[in-house]
Design a protein around this ligand. Structure first.
Ligand code: NDP
Length: 499
Protein backbone atom coordinates (compact mmCIF):
# COMPACT_ATOMS: atom_id res chain seq x y z
CA UNK A 1 0.00 0.00 0.00
CA UNK A 2 2.39 2.66 1.18
CA UNK A 3 5.21 4.01 -0.89
CA UNK A 4 6.49 6.81 1.28
CA UNK A 5 8.74 6.57 4.29
CA UNK A 6 8.04 7.51 7.89
CA UNK A 7 10.58 10.31 7.58
CA UNK A 8 10.16 11.89 4.14
CA UNK A 9 12.35 14.89 4.97
CA UNK A 10 16.06 14.62 4.43
CA UNK A 11 19.16 16.67 3.79
CA UNK A 12 21.13 15.64 0.74
CA UNK A 13 24.88 15.38 1.32
CA UNK A 14 27.27 16.12 -1.52
CA UNK A 15 28.24 12.46 -1.84
CA UNK A 16 24.66 11.41 -2.62
CA UNK A 17 23.80 10.35 0.93
CA UNK A 18 20.52 11.45 2.48
CA UNK A 19 20.29 12.33 6.17
CA UNK A 20 16.69 11.99 7.35
CA UNK A 21 15.26 14.41 9.89
CA UNK A 22 12.01 14.74 11.79
CA UNK A 23 9.97 17.72 12.91
CA UNK A 24 10.22 18.24 16.67
CA UNK A 25 6.82 18.43 18.37
CA UNK A 26 5.48 22.01 18.39
CA UNK A 27 2.28 21.78 20.40
CA UNK A 28 0.18 24.87 21.02
CA UNK A 29 -0.65 25.15 24.72
CA UNK A 30 -4.25 24.38 25.59
CA UNK A 31 -4.00 26.42 28.81
CA UNK A 32 -5.68 29.41 27.16
CA UNK A 33 -8.97 27.49 27.00
CA UNK A 34 -10.68 27.29 30.38
CA UNK A 35 -13.31 24.60 30.08
CA UNK A 36 -16.11 24.21 32.60
CA UNK A 37 -17.26 20.69 33.35
CA UNK A 38 -20.81 21.47 32.11
CA UNK A 39 -22.45 23.86 29.67
CA UNK A 40 -26.14 24.77 29.81
CA UNK A 41 -28.31 26.35 27.11
CA UNK A 42 -27.95 30.05 26.27
CA UNK A 43 -31.43 31.55 26.30
CA UNK A 44 -32.34 35.19 26.92
CA UNK A 45 -28.73 36.16 27.62
CA UNK A 46 -28.36 33.61 30.42
CA UNK A 47 -27.04 30.10 30.79
CA UNK A 48 -29.94 27.86 31.77
CA UNK A 49 -30.17 24.17 32.67
CA UNK A 50 -32.10 21.96 30.23
CA UNK A 51 -35.61 20.97 31.31
CA UNK A 52 -34.70 17.35 30.55
CA UNK A 53 -32.10 17.40 33.32
CA UNK A 54 -29.98 15.45 30.84
CA UNK A 55 -26.50 16.11 29.54
CA UNK A 56 -24.42 14.49 26.82
CA UNK A 57 -20.68 14.10 26.56
CA UNK A 58 -18.52 16.12 24.19
CA UNK A 59 -15.17 14.49 23.39
CA UNK A 60 -11.83 15.47 21.90
CA UNK A 61 -11.54 13.45 18.65
CA UNK A 62 -7.75 13.32 18.91
CA UNK A 63 -7.74 11.63 22.31
CA UNK A 64 -11.33 10.37 22.76
CA UNK A 65 -11.26 12.06 26.19
CA UNK A 66 -14.24 13.94 27.58
CA UNK A 67 -14.07 17.71 27.19
CA UNK A 68 -17.34 18.70 28.88
CA UNK A 69 -20.95 17.76 29.45
CA UNK A 70 -23.48 19.55 27.28
CA UNK A 71 -27.15 20.27 27.93
CA UNK A 72 -29.69 18.16 26.07
CA UNK A 73 -32.48 20.58 25.23
CA UNK A 74 -36.14 19.57 25.15
CA UNK A 75 -38.90 20.71 22.81
CA UNK A 76 -40.05 23.04 25.64
CA UNK A 77 -36.57 24.60 25.74
CA UNK A 78 -36.80 25.18 21.99
CA UNK A 79 -40.19 26.80 22.46
CA UNK A 80 -38.82 29.06 25.16
CA UNK A 81 -35.79 30.06 23.05
CA UNK A 82 -37.98 30.93 20.05
CA UNK A 83 -40.32 32.94 22.32
CA UNK A 84 -37.41 34.86 23.81
CA UNK A 85 -36.00 35.53 20.32
CA UNK A 86 -39.42 36.79 19.19
CA UNK A 87 -39.67 39.21 22.11
CA UNK A 88 -36.09 40.43 21.56
CA UNK A 89 -36.92 40.97 17.89
CA UNK A 90 -40.02 43.06 18.61
CA UNK A 91 -38.76 44.93 21.64
CA UNK A 92 -35.09 45.59 20.86
CA UNK A 93 -33.41 44.47 17.74
CA UNK A 94 -35.84 45.41 14.98
CA UNK A 95 -36.35 48.84 16.50
CA UNK A 96 -32.66 49.73 16.65
CA UNK A 97 -31.25 51.89 13.84
CA UNK A 98 -28.87 49.95 11.58
CA UNK A 99 -25.94 52.01 12.81
CA UNK A 100 -26.61 50.78 16.37
CA UNK A 101 -26.84 47.15 15.27
CA UNK A 102 -23.56 47.66 13.44
CA UNK A 103 -21.85 48.73 16.66
CA UNK A 104 -22.67 45.39 18.28
CA UNK A 105 -21.45 43.46 15.24
CA UNK A 106 -18.20 45.43 15.12
CA UNK A 107 -17.79 44.72 18.84
CA UNK A 108 -18.31 40.98 18.30
CA UNK A 109 -15.76 41.00 15.46
CA UNK A 110 -13.23 42.77 17.65
CA UNK A 111 -13.76 40.41 20.58
CA UNK A 112 -13.35 37.39 18.30
CA UNK A 113 -10.04 38.83 17.14
CA UNK A 114 -8.95 39.59 20.70
CA UNK A 115 -9.84 36.04 21.76
CA UNK A 116 -8.61 34.45 18.51
CA UNK A 117 -5.97 32.23 20.12
CA UNK A 118 -8.48 30.86 22.59
CA UNK A 119 -11.03 30.16 19.84
CA UNK A 120 -8.39 28.55 17.60
CA UNK A 121 -7.32 26.14 20.35
CA UNK A 122 -10.95 25.43 21.21
CA UNK A 123 -11.87 24.63 17.57
CA UNK A 124 -8.92 22.26 17.28
CA UNK A 125 -9.70 20.57 20.60
CA UNK A 126 -13.37 20.06 19.85
CA UNK A 127 -13.21 19.41 16.09
CA UNK A 128 -9.83 17.75 15.49
CA UNK A 129 -8.71 20.30 12.90
CA UNK A 130 -5.04 21.33 12.71
CA UNK A 131 -4.29 24.41 14.78
CA UNK A 132 -2.68 26.14 11.82
CA UNK A 133 -6.03 25.94 10.00
CA UNK A 134 -8.22 27.04 12.91
CA UNK A 135 -5.71 29.82 13.65
CA UNK A 136 -5.24 31.02 10.05
CA UNK A 137 -8.60 30.19 8.44
CA UNK A 138 -11.56 29.43 10.73
CA UNK A 139 -11.17 32.15 13.34
CA UNK A 140 -9.97 35.05 11.14
CA UNK A 141 -12.68 34.28 8.57
CA UNK A 142 -15.35 34.12 11.28
CA UNK A 143 -14.27 37.56 12.52
CA UNK A 144 -14.15 38.82 8.93
CA UNK A 145 -17.81 37.86 8.45
CA UNK A 146 -18.81 39.98 11.43
CA UNK A 147 -16.70 42.91 10.19
CA UNK A 148 -18.18 42.61 6.71
CA UNK A 149 -21.84 42.37 7.72
CA UNK A 150 -21.40 45.08 10.37
CA UNK A 151 -20.60 47.35 7.46
CA UNK A 152 -23.91 46.54 5.76
CA UNK A 153 -26.18 46.95 8.81
CA UNK A 154 -26.81 50.69 8.26
CA UNK A 155 -26.70 50.54 4.45
CA UNK A 156 -29.49 48.11 3.62
CA UNK A 157 -31.43 50.68 1.61
CA UNK A 158 -28.30 51.34 -0.48
CA UNK A 159 -27.72 47.62 -0.97
CA UNK A 160 -31.25 47.25 -2.33
CA UNK A 161 -32.19 50.67 -3.74
CA UNK A 162 -35.85 51.54 -4.31
CA UNK A 163 -36.90 48.60 -2.17
CA UNK A 164 -37.99 48.48 1.42
CA UNK A 165 -35.68 45.94 3.10
CA UNK A 166 -37.18 44.57 6.31
CA UNK A 167 -35.92 41.78 8.59
CA UNK A 168 -37.83 38.49 8.48
CA UNK A 169 -38.08 37.97 12.25
CA UNK A 170 -36.75 34.91 14.11
CA UNK A 171 -34.15 32.80 12.30
CA UNK A 172 -33.68 29.10 13.17
CA UNK A 173 -30.15 28.06 12.27
CA UNK A 174 -28.71 24.54 12.34
CA UNK A 175 -25.01 24.06 11.67
CA UNK A 176 -22.61 21.11 11.16
CA UNK A 177 -19.42 19.99 12.85
CA UNK A 178 -16.82 20.64 10.15
CA UNK A 179 -16.48 24.45 10.63
CA UNK A 180 -18.38 25.12 13.86
CA UNK A 181 -17.36 28.73 14.51
CA UNK A 182 -17.17 29.73 10.86
CA UNK A 183 -20.62 28.34 10.06
CA UNK A 184 -21.97 30.14 13.10
CA UNK A 185 -20.52 33.38 11.74
CA UNK A 186 -21.91 32.71 8.23
CA UNK A 187 -25.34 32.33 9.81
CA UNK A 188 -25.44 34.84 12.67
CA UNK A 189 -23.60 37.83 11.14
CA UNK A 190 -25.96 38.46 8.16
CA UNK A 191 -29.05 37.59 10.23
CA UNK A 192 -28.21 40.19 12.88
CA UNK A 193 -27.05 42.81 10.37
CA UNK A 194 -30.43 42.52 8.63
CA UNK A 195 -32.27 42.98 11.96
CA UNK A 196 -33.34 39.39 12.74
CA UNK A 197 -32.89 37.53 16.00
CA UNK A 198 -31.52 34.00 16.14
CA UNK A 199 -31.86 30.57 17.71
CA UNK A 200 -28.88 28.45 16.67
CA UNK A 201 -28.25 24.74 17.19
CA UNK A 202 -24.64 23.62 16.78
CA UNK A 203 -23.76 20.01 15.92
CA UNK A 204 -23.60 17.69 18.93
CA UNK A 205 -20.01 16.73 18.09
CA UNK A 206 -18.78 20.35 18.23
CA UNK A 207 -20.92 22.54 20.47
CA UNK A 208 -18.16 24.36 22.35
CA UNK A 209 -17.33 27.31 20.10
CA UNK A 210 -21.04 28.24 19.91
CA UNK A 211 -21.22 28.11 23.71
CA UNK A 212 -18.08 30.25 24.00
CA UNK A 213 -19.65 32.59 21.44
CA UNK A 214 -22.53 33.03 23.90
CA UNK A 215 -19.93 34.53 26.21
CA UNK A 216 -18.77 36.85 23.40
CA UNK A 217 -22.38 38.06 23.06
CA UNK A 218 -22.49 38.84 26.78
CA UNK A 219 -19.11 40.58 26.58
CA UNK A 220 -20.41 42.69 23.67
CA UNK A 221 -23.51 43.63 25.73
CA UNK A 222 -25.73 42.30 22.98
CA UNK A 223 -29.36 42.75 24.11
CA UNK A 224 -30.60 39.56 25.80
CA UNK A 225 -32.42 37.14 23.50
CA UNK A 226 -30.98 38.44 20.20
CA UNK A 227 -28.77 35.33 20.00
CA UNK A 228 -29.83 32.06 21.66
CA UNK A 229 -27.90 28.78 21.52
CA UNK A 230 -29.56 25.43 22.14
CA UNK A 231 -27.80 22.08 22.17
CA UNK A 232 -29.17 18.60 21.67
CA UNK A 233 -29.58 15.86 19.07
CA UNK A 234 -30.98 16.08 15.52
CA UNK A 235 -34.56 15.86 16.74
CA UNK A 236 -34.05 19.14 18.58
CA UNK A 237 -32.87 20.64 15.30
CA UNK A 238 -36.03 19.25 13.73
CA UNK A 239 -38.19 20.80 16.48
CA UNK A 240 -36.44 24.14 15.99
CA UNK A 241 -36.87 24.36 12.21
CA UNK A 242 -40.50 23.15 12.51
CA UNK A 243 -41.44 25.67 15.20
CA UNK A 244 -44.44 27.69 13.95
CA UNK A 245 -43.05 31.02 15.22
CA UNK A 246 -39.86 30.78 13.18
CA UNK A 247 -39.71 32.97 10.04
CA UNK A 248 -36.47 31.82 8.46
CA UNK A 249 -34.60 28.50 8.42
CA UNK A 250 -30.93 28.24 7.51
CA UNK A 251 -29.24 24.85 7.47
CA UNK A 252 -25.79 23.55 6.57
CA UNK A 253 -25.18 19.80 6.69
CA UNK A 254 -25.95 16.56 4.90
CA UNK A 255 -28.20 16.36 1.88
CA UNK A 256 -30.37 13.75 3.63
CA UNK A 257 -31.17 16.05 6.57
CA UNK A 258 -31.50 19.01 4.19
CA UNK A 259 -34.28 17.14 2.38
CA UNK A 260 -36.02 16.40 5.69
CA UNK A 261 -35.87 20.08 6.58
CA UNK A 262 -37.18 21.00 3.13
CA UNK A 263 -40.18 18.74 3.80
CA UNK A 264 -40.72 20.20 7.30
CA UNK A 265 -40.73 23.76 5.92
CA UNK A 266 -42.79 23.04 2.79
CA UNK A 267 -46.23 24.59 2.85
CA UNK A 268 -45.26 27.24 5.42
CA UNK A 269 -44.21 30.79 4.61
CA UNK A 270 -40.78 30.32 6.20
CA UNK A 271 -37.83 31.45 4.09
CA UNK A 272 -35.27 28.66 3.61
CA UNK A 273 -31.62 28.33 2.65
CA UNK A 274 -29.93 24.94 2.45
CA UNK A 275 -26.19 24.44 2.06
CA UNK A 276 -25.64 20.72 1.58
CA UNK A 277 -23.07 18.24 0.31
CA UNK A 278 -20.72 18.28 -2.65
CA UNK A 279 -18.43 16.20 -4.85
CA UNK A 280 -16.35 18.88 -6.48
CA UNK A 281 -14.30 18.38 -9.64
CA UNK A 282 -10.80 19.86 -9.61
CA UNK A 283 -9.72 19.94 -13.26
CA UNK A 284 -6.04 20.12 -14.28
CA UNK A 285 -5.20 20.96 -17.91
CA UNK A 286 -1.82 20.14 -19.37
CA UNK A 287 -0.84 23.82 -19.51
CA UNK A 288 -1.54 24.35 -15.80
CA UNK A 289 1.14 25.74 -13.47
CA UNK A 290 2.01 22.29 -12.10
CA UNK A 291 3.66 23.21 -8.79
CA UNK A 292 0.75 25.44 -7.83
CA UNK A 293 -1.75 22.86 -9.06
CA UNK A 294 -0.21 20.14 -6.86
CA UNK A 295 -0.55 22.45 -3.84
CA UNK A 296 -4.09 23.36 -4.91
CA UNK A 297 -5.09 19.71 -5.19
CA UNK A 298 -3.61 18.94 -1.75
CA UNK A 299 -5.32 21.97 -0.20
CA UNK A 300 -8.51 21.08 -2.07
CA UNK A 301 -8.93 17.64 -0.52
CA UNK A 302 -6.73 17.35 2.58
CA UNK A 303 -7.63 20.75 4.12
CA UNK A 304 -9.70 20.04 7.26
CA UNK A 305 -9.20 16.27 6.67
CA UNK A 306 -11.40 16.59 3.58
CA UNK A 307 -14.38 17.25 5.84
CA UNK A 308 -15.39 20.15 3.65
CA UNK A 309 -18.61 20.36 1.63
CA UNK A 310 -16.78 22.03 -1.26
CA UNK A 311 -13.68 19.75 -1.08
CA UNK A 312 -12.06 18.96 -4.43
CA UNK A 313 -12.70 15.24 -3.99
CA UNK A 314 -12.69 14.32 -7.69
CA UNK A 315 -9.46 15.17 -9.47
CA UNK A 316 -9.60 15.27 -13.28
CA UNK A 317 -6.14 15.35 -14.88
CA UNK A 318 -5.61 15.75 -18.61
CA UNK A 319 -4.39 12.41 -19.90
CA UNK A 320 -1.15 13.74 -21.42
CA UNK A 321 0.20 14.77 -18.00
CA UNK A 322 -1.63 12.27 -15.79
CA UNK A 323 1.25 9.88 -15.05
CA UNK A 324 3.88 12.45 -13.97
CA UNK A 325 1.25 14.55 -12.18
CA UNK A 326 0.07 11.60 -10.09
CA UNK A 327 3.67 10.65 -9.24
CA UNK A 328 4.34 14.16 -7.97
CA UNK A 329 1.11 14.16 -6.05
CA UNK A 330 2.09 10.91 -4.31
CA UNK A 331 5.46 12.41 -3.39
CA UNK A 332 3.72 15.44 -1.94
CA UNK A 333 1.31 13.23 0.02
CA UNK A 334 4.22 11.45 1.65
CA UNK A 335 5.29 14.77 3.22
CA UNK A 336 1.94 15.47 4.88
CA UNK A 337 2.15 15.28 8.65
CA UNK A 338 -0.82 13.52 10.23
CA UNK A 339 -1.35 13.74 13.98
CA UNK A 340 -1.98 15.96 16.98
CA UNK A 341 -4.31 18.78 15.88
CA UNK A 342 -2.69 21.11 18.41
CA UNK A 343 0.77 20.63 16.90
CA UNK A 344 1.64 23.63 14.72
CA UNK A 345 3.34 21.35 12.18
CA UNK A 346 0.32 19.10 11.66
CA UNK A 347 -1.23 19.14 8.18
CA UNK A 348 -3.98 16.55 8.69
CA UNK A 349 -5.63 16.30 12.11
CA UNK A 350 -8.21 13.95 13.60
CA UNK A 351 -11.44 12.85 11.92
CA UNK A 352 -14.24 14.68 13.69
CA UNK A 353 -16.22 11.76 15.08
CA UNK A 354 -16.28 7.97 15.20
CA UNK A 355 -19.32 7.69 12.90
CA UNK A 356 -17.56 9.80 10.27
CA UNK A 357 -14.41 7.65 10.51
CA UNK A 358 -16.52 4.53 10.02
CA UNK A 359 -18.14 6.12 6.95
CA UNK A 360 -14.75 6.98 5.43
CA UNK A 361 -13.45 3.47 6.09
CA UNK A 362 -16.52 1.92 4.52
CA UNK A 363 -16.27 4.01 1.34
CA UNK A 364 -12.52 3.39 1.02
CA UNK A 365 -13.17 -0.36 1.29
CA UNK A 366 -15.84 0.02 -1.38
CA UNK A 367 -13.31 1.79 -3.62
CA UNK A 368 -10.84 -1.09 -3.25
CA UNK A 369 -13.59 -3.67 -3.81
CA UNK A 370 -14.67 -1.87 -6.99
CA UNK A 371 -11.16 -2.25 -8.40
CA UNK A 372 -9.59 1.19 -7.96
CA UNK A 373 -5.88 1.40 -7.01
CA UNK A 374 -5.25 2.82 -3.57
CA UNK A 375 -2.22 4.82 -2.43
CA UNK A 376 -1.59 5.85 1.17
CA UNK A 377 1.71 7.24 2.47
CA UNK A 378 3.28 5.15 5.21
CA UNK A 379 2.81 7.72 7.94
CA UNK A 380 2.35 6.61 11.52
CA UNK A 381 -1.02 7.35 13.04
CA UNK A 382 -1.41 8.22 16.74
CA UNK A 383 -2.37 5.23 18.88
CA UNK A 384 -5.49 6.96 20.25
CA UNK A 385 -8.10 9.10 18.58
CA UNK A 386 -9.83 8.96 15.20
CA UNK A 387 -7.28 9.33 12.42
CA UNK A 388 -7.18 8.36 8.76
CA UNK A 389 -4.27 8.40 6.32
CA UNK A 390 -4.41 10.79 3.36
CA UNK A 391 -5.63 8.52 0.58
CA UNK A 392 -5.51 8.69 -3.19
CA UNK A 393 -7.33 6.42 -5.62
CA UNK A 394 -6.36 6.00 -9.27
CA UNK A 395 -8.02 3.86 -11.92
CA UNK A 396 -11.41 5.05 -10.70
CA UNK A 397 -14.55 4.40 -12.76
CA UNK A 398 -17.04 7.25 -13.17
CA UNK A 399 -19.76 5.01 -11.75
CA UNK A 400 -17.73 3.98 -8.70
CA UNK A 401 -19.11 4.94 -5.29
CA UNK A 402 -15.90 6.83 -4.51
CA UNK A 403 -16.51 8.97 -7.62
CA UNK A 404 -20.17 9.57 -6.85
CA UNK A 405 -20.72 9.73 -3.09
CA UNK A 406 -19.56 12.43 -0.73
CA UNK A 407 -16.90 10.76 1.44
CA UNK A 408 -16.19 13.80 3.62
CA UNK A 409 -12.71 12.59 4.45
CA UNK A 410 -9.09 12.82 3.21
CA UNK A 411 -9.76 10.66 0.16
CA UNK A 412 -9.13 11.77 -3.41
CA UNK A 413 -10.43 9.97 -6.51
CA UNK A 414 -8.33 10.61 -9.61
CA UNK A 415 -9.85 10.38 -13.09
CA UNK A 416 -8.55 11.53 -16.46
CA UNK A 417 -9.90 13.33 -19.54
CA UNK A 418 -8.69 14.22 -23.03
CA UNK A 419 -10.69 17.26 -24.16
CA UNK A 420 -12.35 20.20 -22.41
CA UNK A 421 -15.76 18.86 -23.47
CA UNK A 422 -15.02 15.51 -21.84
CA UNK A 423 -13.86 17.28 -18.67
CA UNK A 424 -17.13 19.24 -18.50
CA UNK A 425 -19.26 16.19 -19.09
CA UNK A 426 -17.49 14.14 -16.44
CA UNK A 427 -17.31 16.99 -13.93
CA UNK A 428 -21.05 17.65 -14.24
CA UNK A 429 -21.88 13.96 -13.92
CA UNK A 430 -22.84 14.22 -10.25
CA UNK A 431 -25.97 14.88 -8.23
CA UNK A 432 -24.13 17.73 -6.53
CA UNK A 433 -23.13 21.19 -7.77
CA UNK A 434 -21.43 23.13 -5.02
CA UNK A 435 -17.94 23.94 -6.28
CA UNK A 436 -15.27 23.18 -8.87
CA UNK A 437 -11.70 24.14 -9.75
CA UNK A 438 -9.99 24.78 -13.09
CA UNK A 439 -6.23 24.91 -13.55
CA UNK A 440 -4.92 26.29 -16.85
CA UNK A 441 -2.87 29.26 -18.00
CA UNK A 442 -5.48 30.27 -20.61
CA UNK A 443 -7.95 32.90 -19.45
CA UNK A 444 -10.34 32.14 -22.31
CA UNK A 445 -10.45 28.48 -21.31
CA UNK A 446 -11.21 29.44 -17.71
CA UNK A 447 -14.14 31.61 -18.85
CA UNK A 448 -15.43 28.85 -21.11
CA UNK A 449 -15.21 26.19 -18.40
CA UNK A 450 -16.78 28.44 -15.76
CA UNK A 451 -19.80 29.03 -17.96
CA UNK A 452 -20.34 25.29 -18.46
CA UNK A 453 -19.61 23.84 -15.02
CA UNK A 454 -22.78 23.40 -12.98
CA UNK A 455 -21.30 24.53 -9.70
CA UNK A 456 -22.10 27.49 -7.45
CA UNK A 457 -18.45 28.42 -6.95
CA UNK A 458 -15.68 27.82 -9.50
CA UNK A 459 -12.11 28.58 -8.48
CA UNK A 460 -9.52 29.27 -11.18
CA UNK A 461 -5.90 28.38 -10.42
CA UNK A 462 -6.72 28.19 -6.72
CA UNK A 463 -9.06 26.19 -4.47
CA UNK A 464 -10.90 26.51 -1.15
CA UNK A 465 -10.60 30.30 -1.08
CA UNK A 466 -13.29 31.98 0.99
CA UNK A 467 -14.16 35.61 1.41
CA UNK A 468 -17.11 37.18 3.23
CA UNK A 469 -17.83 39.42 0.25
CA UNK A 470 -18.34 36.48 -2.10
CA UNK A 471 -21.57 34.46 -2.34
CA UNK A 472 -21.36 30.71 -1.73
CA UNK A 473 -23.98 28.04 -2.44
CA UNK A 474 -24.97 25.18 -4.67
CA UNK A 475 -26.96 23.77 -7.55
CA UNK A 476 -28.88 20.51 -7.65
CA UNK A 477 -28.62 18.43 -4.45
CA UNK A 478 -26.03 20.80 -3.00
CA UNK A 479 -28.90 23.00 -1.87
CA UNK A 480 -30.24 26.42 -2.68
CA UNK A 481 -29.85 30.00 -1.61
CA UNK A 482 -26.55 31.80 -1.17
CA UNK A 483 -24.52 32.77 1.88
CA UNK A 484 -21.87 35.48 1.89
CA UNK A 485 -21.79 38.84 0.17
CA UNK A 486 -24.94 40.84 -0.55
CA UNK A 487 -26.67 37.61 -1.56
CA UNK A 488 -26.22 36.38 2.00
CA UNK A 489 -27.90 39.51 3.30
CA UNK A 490 -30.81 39.06 0.94
CA UNK A 491 -31.54 35.65 2.47
CA UNK A 492 -32.46 37.42 5.73
CA UNK A 493 -34.55 40.25 4.29
CA UNK A 494 -38.00 40.85 2.90
CA UNK A 495 -37.61 43.47 0.17
CA UNK A 496 -41.33 44.04 -0.09
CA UNK A 497 -43.30 42.31 -2.80
CA UNK A 498 -42.06 38.88 -1.66
CA UNK A 499 -38.54 37.54 -1.27
P1 NDP B 1 -26.16 16.13 9.66
O1 NDP B 1 -26.71 16.75 8.44
O2 NDP B 1 -26.90 15.03 10.32
O3 NDP B 1 -25.93 17.25 10.79
C1 NDP B 1 -25.88 18.63 10.57
C2 NDP B 1 -26.67 19.36 11.66
O4 NDP B 1 -28.05 19.02 11.57
C3 NDP B 1 -26.27 18.97 13.08
O5 NDP B 1 -26.42 20.11 13.92
C4 NDP B 1 -27.30 17.91 13.43
O6 NDP B 1 -27.47 17.73 14.80
C5 NDP B 1 -28.54 18.49 12.80
N1 NDP B 1 -29.59 17.54 12.49
C6 NDP B 1 -29.51 16.18 12.37
N2 NDP B 1 -30.72 15.68 12.03
C7 NDP B 1 -31.57 16.73 11.93
C8 NDP B 1 -32.95 16.84 11.60
N3 NDP B 1 -33.68 15.79 11.28
N4 NDP B 1 -33.49 18.08 11.58
C9 NDP B 1 -32.77 19.17 11.87
N5 NDP B 1 -31.46 19.11 12.19
C10 NDP B 1 -30.86 17.92 12.22
O7 NDP B 1 -24.69 15.67 9.34
P2 NDP B 1 -23.90 14.45 10.04
O8 NDP B 1 -23.19 14.99 11.19
O9 NDP B 1 -24.77 13.30 10.35
O10 NDP B 1 -22.91 14.02 8.88
C11 NDP B 1 -23.35 13.07 7.91
C12 NDP B 1 -22.79 13.38 6.56
O11 NDP B 1 -23.26 14.65 6.14
C13 NDP B 1 -21.29 13.50 6.50
O12 NDP B 1 -20.69 12.27 6.35
C14 NDP B 1 -21.11 14.39 5.30
O13 NDP B 1 -21.12 13.63 4.13
C15 NDP B 1 -22.31 15.29 5.34
N6 NDP B 1 -22.04 16.60 5.94
C16 NDP B 1 -22.04 17.67 5.12
C17 NDP B 1 -21.74 18.91 5.64
C18 NDP B 1 -21.70 20.11 4.78
O14 NDP B 1 -21.09 21.11 5.15
N7 NDP B 1 -22.34 20.12 3.64
C19 NDP B 1 -21.43 19.12 7.05
C20 NDP B 1 -21.53 17.91 7.86
C21 NDP B 1 -21.81 16.72 7.29
P3 NDP B 1 -26.59 16.62 15.57
O15 NDP B 1 -25.18 16.99 15.39
O16 NDP B 1 -27.05 16.77 16.97
O17 NDP B 1 -26.93 15.30 14.95
Amino acid sequence: MGRGTASPNSWALGDGQQVPWEYAPAPESREIVQLKSRYGLFIGGKEVAPRSGQWFTDVDPATEEQLAEIARATVEDVDQAVGVARRAFKRDWSTLPGSERAKYLFRIARILQERSREFAVLESLDGGKPIKESRDVDVPLAAAHFWYYAGWADKLEYAFPNRDPQPLGVAAQVIPWNFPLLMLAWKIAPALAAGNTVVLKPASATPLSALFFADVCRQADLPAGVVNIITGPGEIGQALVSHPDVDKVAFTGSTAVGKEIGRAVAGTDKALTLELGGKAANIIFDDAPIDQAIEGVVNGIYFNQGEVCCAGSRLFVQESIAAPFIERLKDRLSTLRVGDPLDKNTDVGAINNAAQLAKIEELVEAGVAEGADIYQPACELPARGWFFRPTLFTNVAQSSRIAQEEIFGPVLSVLTFRTPAEAIEKANNTMYGLSAGVWTEKGSRILDMVSKLRAGVVWANTFNRFDPTSPFGGYKESGYGREGGMHGLLAYLDLGGGH
